[in-house]
Ligand binder design. Structure first.
Ligand SMILES: [Zn+2]
Ligand SMILES: [Zn+2]
Length: 293
């Protein structure tokens, strides 16, 4: 990036007689969002942080306006020094492992960020990156002893930590019907209106539903029938997009209607009432499926 004539990395105009910012790790660390904007703007080129790269003041201000369109919303900065917790630099420009010069950069997997925070009190900001080699090594403990850990935290870090933990907590609360064997039978019944055995029975009766996530698909459908909740709310409950949820619903409805219903509803010379008497539990399901279709 560096050139003999000092120019702005964004507009390429000389910065000799202009107000300018020298691009350093510290500048980018303190202004992570603007830094990311500038890094994206010059991609695929990288910064060298060698003291010879600049952003002119007008370009910096434009970047600032682009990332903070409403200046009233720019959080008031204050920093807390917390010795019990540490963090790596909020720097997307290089691998977070100390002294690593590799130019490949990946986001740090969220489960790694959560476990470093929970187990080792080390926070990995969202902008931090890891290189191919360090990502593959999968030896994150090295970070804990890293000489470049810091203890200063600002409001942005606080918000990120909270959202990282909130996401982890809500993931742990997610209803995992793929592992229905380990779920509480009472809860299964409350959620689905069927117990575990009945649930398995419906699955067996609907072989076309087999495949990946078949239990989730069926559980979503049964939850919908039982609760009548909106698709938006169900999508939140099952932690998926509304579109994905609706695909599950459609698949379950199609499979059940094609297989489970005719098998039990007299298309095969079985009397509807007889089936209902034989297995009262499924009566609701038959009715519900039929009204839905
Ligand atoms: Zn410029
Ligand atoms: Zn590295």
């Amino acid at each position: 990036m560096a050139e003999n004539r000092p120019v702005c990395v964004l507009c390429n105009r000389t910065v000799i007689n202009r107000r300018r910012f020298e691009i350093t790790h510290n500048l980018f660390e303190a202004n992570a969002i603007i830094a990311q904007y500038i890094i994206d703007a010059i991609a695929p080129q990288h910064f060298e942080y060698n003291g010879l790269e600049y952003v002119c003041r007008p370009c910096w201000q434009r970047a600032q306006r682009a990332v903070h369109p409403n200046p009233n919303n720019v959080p008031h900065e204050c920093t807390l020094q917390i010795e019990e917790y540490s963090r790596v630099a909020n720097n997307a420009a290089s691998c977070m492992f100390a002294g690593c010069r590799s130019i490949t950069r990946h986001r740090i997997p969220e489960n790694i960020r959560v476990s470093l925070l929970v187990d080792s009190n080390v926070f990995i900001p969202q902008e931090a990156r890891v290189c191919d080699t360090h990502l593959r090594n999968n030896d994150w403990d090295e970070i804990i002893d890293s000489p470049n850990l810091r203890h200063d935290f600002n409001s942005a870090h606080f918000l990120e930590i909270m959202s990282l933990l909130k996401a982890a907590v809500s993931r742990s609360r997610i209803l995992d019907f793929e592992n229905i064997e380990s779920m509480d039978n009472e809860e299964i019944h409350i959620r689905l209106g069927f117990n575990r055995e009945q649930f398995s029975e419906i699955l067996i009766q609907t072989p076309s539903l087999a495949g990946s996530n078949s239990k989730t698909t069926l559980a979503i459908y049964l939850t919908k029938l039982r609760s009548g909740e909106s698709n938006e709310r169900l999508a939140t409950l099952f932690q998926m997009s509304r579109r994905t949820l609706e695909r599950h619903l459609k698949r379950a409805r199609d499979c059940l209607f094609a297989e489970f219903v005719p098998r039990h509803l007299g298309f095969d010379h079985i009397d509807r009432r007889m089936v209902a008497e034989r297995n009262l539990t499924y009566q609701t399901l038959y009715t519900e499926i039929l009204t839905q279709n």
